[in-house]
Ligand binder design. Sequence first.
Ligand code: FE2
Length: 171
Amino acid sequence: MSSQVSIKNAPALGELLDFARAAAADTALHDRLGTLPDERTWISLAGPGGSEAWLIGWPPGAETGWHDHGGSRGAFVTARGTLRESSIAIPLPTAGWRSLELLPDVDRELDLPAGAGRGFGPHHVHQVVNPSAEQHAISVHVYYPPLPLIRRYSRRGRVLGLETVELPGQW
Ligand SMILES: [Fe+2]
Protein backbone atom coordinates (compact mmCIF):
# COMPACT_ATOMS: atom_id res chain seq x y z
CA MET A 1 0.00 0.00 0.00
CA SER A 2 2.63 2.52 1.05
CA SER A 3 4.69 1.51 -2.00
CA GLN A 4 2.09 3.36 -4.13
CA VAL A 5 2.98 6.62 -2.40
CA SER A 6 6.00 8.60 -3.57
CA ILE A 7 8.65 8.62 -0.88
CA LYS A 8 10.72 11.16 -2.82
CA ASN A 9 8.09 13.87 -2.44
CA ALA A 10 6.97 12.83 1.02
CA PRO A 11 6.38 15.80 3.33
CA ALA A 12 8.94 16.04 6.14
CA LEU A 13 7.77 15.45 9.70
CA GLY A 14 8.36 19.17 10.36
CA GLU A 15 5.90 20.05 7.58
CA LEU A 16 3.25 17.81 9.12
CA LEU A 17 3.82 19.44 12.50
CA ASP A 18 3.74 22.97 11.00
CA PHE A 19 0.43 22.18 9.31
CA ALA A 20 -1.03 20.81 12.55
CA ARG A 21 0.15 23.90 14.48
CA ALA A 22 -1.36 26.29 11.93
CA ALA A 23 -4.70 24.45 11.85
CA ALA A 24 -4.70 24.26 15.66
CA ALA A 25 -4.36 28.06 15.78
CA ASP A 26 -7.25 28.59 13.32
CA THR A 27 -10.17 29.31 15.65
CA ALA A 28 -12.57 29.87 12.71
CA LEU A 29 -11.88 26.26 11.70
CA HIS A 30 -12.66 25.04 15.23
CA ASP A 31 -16.05 26.72 15.09
CA ARG A 32 -17.01 24.42 12.19
CA LEU A 33 -16.59 21.38 14.43
CA GLY A 34 -19.77 20.29 16.21
CA THR A 35 -19.53 18.72 19.64
CA LEU A 36 -21.34 15.70 21.05
CA PRO A 37 -21.58 14.88 24.77
CA ASP A 38 -20.31 11.27 24.46
CA GLU A 39 -18.61 10.88 21.12
CA ARG A 40 -15.67 12.27 19.26
CA THR A 41 -16.45 14.47 16.24
CA TRP A 42 -14.21 15.20 13.27
CA ILE A 43 -13.68 17.12 10.05
CA SER A 44 -11.38 15.92 7.28
CA LEU A 45 -8.72 18.47 6.29
CA ALA A 46 -6.44 18.67 3.24
CA GLY A 47 -3.01 17.95 4.70
CA PRO A 48 0.25 18.95 3.01
CA GLY A 49 1.80 16.81 0.26
CA GLY A 50 -1.06 14.32 0.04
CA SER A 51 -1.12 13.62 3.77
CA GLU A 52 -4.29 12.70 5.67
CA ALA A 53 -5.44 15.25 8.25
CA TRP A 54 -8.29 15.54 10.74
CA LEU A 55 -9.67 18.10 13.15
CA ILE A 56 -11.03 16.09 16.09
CA GLY A 57 -13.31 17.09 18.97
CA TRP A 58 -12.95 15.15 22.22
CA PRO A 59 -15.67 15.11 24.87
CA PRO A 60 -14.49 14.86 28.49
CA GLY A 61 -12.93 11.44 29.12
CA ALA A 62 -12.79 10.39 25.44
CA GLU A 63 -9.86 8.14 24.61
CA THR A 64 -8.46 6.28 21.62
CA GLY A 65 -7.18 3.11 23.25
CA TRP A 66 -3.70 1.78 22.38
CA HIS A 67 -2.99 1.77 18.65
CA ASP A 68 -0.37 2.29 15.97
CA HIS A 69 -0.66 4.00 12.58
CA GLY A 70 0.08 1.13 10.20
CA GLY A 71 3.59 2.39 9.47
CA SER A 72 2.62 6.01 8.72
CA ARG A 73 4.44 8.92 10.31
CA GLY A 74 2.44 11.73 11.81
CA ALA A 75 1.98 14.70 14.09
CA PHE A 76 -0.74 16.11 16.30
CA VAL A 77 -1.28 19.40 18.10
CA THR A 78 -3.86 20.29 20.75
CA ALA A 79 -6.00 23.25 19.74
CA ARG A 80 -8.24 23.57 22.80
CA GLY A 81 -8.17 21.94 26.23
CA THR A 82 -5.40 19.46 27.08
CA LEU A 83 -4.73 15.97 25.71
CA ARG A 84 -2.72 13.34 27.55
CA GLU A 85 -0.63 10.93 25.48
CA SER A 86 0.63 7.62 26.86
CA SER A 87 3.23 6.11 24.54
CA ILE A 88 5.93 3.49 24.26
CA ALA A 89 9.36 5.13 24.10
CA ILE A 90 10.89 2.54 21.76
CA PRO A 91 9.98 1.82 18.14
CA LEU A 92 7.87 -1.32 17.87
CA PRO A 93 7.59 -3.54 14.80
CA THR A 94 4.33 -2.78 13.01
CA ALA A 95 3.79 -6.46 12.12
CA GLY A 96 5.01 -9.94 12.96
CA TRP A 97 3.94 -10.26 16.57
CA ARG A 98 0.73 -10.83 18.53
CA SER A 99 1.84 -10.29 22.11
CA LEU A 100 4.79 -8.38 23.44
CA GLU A 101 6.05 -7.88 27.01
CA LEU A 102 7.44 -4.40 27.59
CA LEU A 103 10.23 -3.58 29.97
CA PRO A 104 9.15 -1.35 32.87
CA ASP A 105 11.06 1.74 31.73
CA VAL A 106 9.53 2.29 28.27
CA ASP A 107 6.24 3.95 29.25
CA ARG A 108 5.98 7.68 28.69
CA GLU A 109 3.22 10.15 29.53
CA LEU A 110 2.93 13.60 28.05
CA ASP A 111 0.36 16.33 28.72
CA LEU A 112 -0.20 18.53 25.70
CA PRO A 113 -2.03 21.79 26.46
CA ALA A 114 -3.41 24.03 23.70
CA GLY A 115 -0.63 24.91 21.23
CA ALA A 116 1.54 21.92 22.17
CA GLY A 117 2.05 18.89 19.97
CA ARG A 118 4.45 16.25 18.79
CA GLY A 119 5.58 14.39 15.72
CA PHE A 120 6.07 10.62 15.62
CA GLY A 121 7.73 8.04 13.44
CA PRO A 122 6.30 4.97 11.69
CA HIS A 123 6.73 2.66 14.69
CA HIS A 124 4.93 4.78 17.28
CA VAL A 125 2.40 3.09 19.60
CA HIS A 126 0.28 5.29 21.84
CA GLN A 127 -3.06 6.14 23.32
CA VAL A 128 -4.54 9.61 23.66
CA VAL A 129 -7.18 10.78 26.14
CA ASN A 130 -8.95 13.98 27.06
CA PRO A 131 -8.46 13.66 30.84
CA SER A 132 -10.75 16.57 31.72
CA ALA A 133 -14.01 15.86 33.56
CA GLU A 134 -15.72 18.95 32.09
CA GLN A 135 -13.90 20.46 29.16
CA HIS A 136 -14.09 19.43 25.51
CA ALA A 137 -10.73 19.31 23.73
CA ILE A 138 -9.93 19.90 20.08
CA SER A 139 -6.84 18.72 18.21
CA VAL A 140 -5.39 18.42 14.72
CA HIS A 141 -3.87 15.13 13.48
CA VAL A 142 -1.91 14.59 10.28
CA TYR A 143 -0.46 11.37 8.81
CA TYR A 144 1.78 10.47 5.89
CA PRO A 145 1.30 8.27 4.02
CA PRO A 146 -2.49 8.39 4.56
CA LEU A 147 -3.27 5.72 7.15
CA PRO A 148 -3.24 2.30 5.41
CA LEU A 149 -4.56 0.65 8.58
CA ILE A 150 -4.60 0.99 12.36
CA ARG A 151 -3.62 -1.82 14.70
CA ARG A 152 -5.46 -1.78 18.02
CA TYR A 153 -3.89 -3.25 21.13
CA SER A 154 -4.96 -4.32 24.58
CA ARG A 155 -2.72 -3.40 27.46
CA ARG A 156 -2.58 -5.69 30.50
CA GLY A 157 0.18 -4.59 32.80
CA ARG A 158 3.34 -4.62 30.70
CA VAL A 159 1.89 -6.85 27.99
CA LEU A 160 0.70 -5.34 24.75
CA GLY A 161 -1.59 -7.64 22.75
CA LEU A 162 -2.72 -7.20 19.15
CA GLU A 163 -6.54 -7.17 19.14
CA THR A 164 -7.76 -5.93 15.75
CA VAL A 165 -6.57 -4.44 12.51
CA GLU A 166 -8.84 -1.72 11.13
CA LEU A 167 -8.85 -0.63 7.52
CA PRO A 168 -9.82 2.84 6.21
CA GLY A 169 -13.54 3.38 6.70
CA GLN A 170 -13.56 1.32 9.89
CA TRP A 171 -12.41 4.11 12.20
FE1 FE2 B 1 -2.71 7.80 17.07
